[in-house]
Design a protein around this ligand. Structure first.
Ligand code: MN
Length: 233
């Protein structure tokens, strides 16, 4: 086949203990999945309990992935870049209308991720009822460490999720605080789109999001999953 120009490079993530690479397709993200973070973003509690999850996306090539110390460029058009540390689920299977009790079969493994956010652009979009894309889906906005296969670590549903910036704790929560669990997220999302191998799902962030600056050093960790190191350049 002849292409008009070279097709884009395939975004990939390394896999711990496996020389093969995980080819990344789409990046889905869940909004407001930890109650305390929803409150810090100004959401009011629903009397009838958990709101249905809502999703947004980042392009696959917004990924900055790897096992080492990742360099992330401070993006243009913002004065308020925020960190959101998240458990990332990586799918090696797909489908539509997936049942909750089958959903984890599709999850190959997990990583520690950052859903970087241009909070000022997101706030303006919310105010005007505009899409979030430019606040969320910009270049290098999806950071993720090496994947840990579920075959080795299982499917973590409890465990500390933490982020330090320049050695100071900013976010400190527990996976048990997730409103929608991974299996439920996969099932819900598959009602709207046919999921596929290579899709990543960022599962939401605990409270404590805040601004980043050039030169900041970030260290994320999720108990039983792994670590992530990044710096803003
Ligand atoms: Mn997020």
């Amino acid at each position: 086949m002849d292409f008009l120009f070279s097709p884009p490079l395939q975004p990939v993530l390394p896999i711990v203990g496996d020389a093969r690479l995980f080819p990344v397709r789409r990046i889905f993200c869940v909004g407001r999945n930890y109650a305390e973070h929803a409150r810090e973003m100004g959401a009011t509690a629903q009397a009838d309990g958990l709101e249905p999850p809502f999703f947004f996306m980042k392009p696959g090539d917004a990924l900055v992935g790897g096992g080492g110390d990742l360099a992330v460029a401070y993006p243009p058009q913002t004065g308020n870049l925020h960190h959101e540390v998240e458990l990332v689920a990586a799918l090696s299977g797909g489908g539509a209308d997936i049942a909750v009790d089958r959903a984890l079969d599709l999850v190959f493994g997990y990583g520690v991720g950052l859903d970087l956010t241009r909070r000022d652009l997101q706030a303006r979009a919310k105010e005007k009822g505009h899409p979030w894309d430019m606040g969320k889906g910009f270049d290098q906005s999806a950071v993720c460490g090496a994947l840990q296969p579920a075959a080795r670590i299982g499917h973590p549903s409890v465990g500390r999720i933490r982020l330090t910036v320049n050695g100071q704790v900013r976010q400190d929560g527990d996976l048990a605080q997730m409103g929608w669990k991974v299996a439920q997220i996969v099932a819900e999302l598959s009602k709207s789109v046919r999921l596929a191998a290579g899709d990543l799902i960022y599962t939401g962030t605990p409270a404590g999001v805040g601004p980043l600056h050039r030169g900041d050093r970030l260290h994320g960790e999720i108990a039983g999953v792994g670590e992530l190191s990044a710096r803003i350049v």
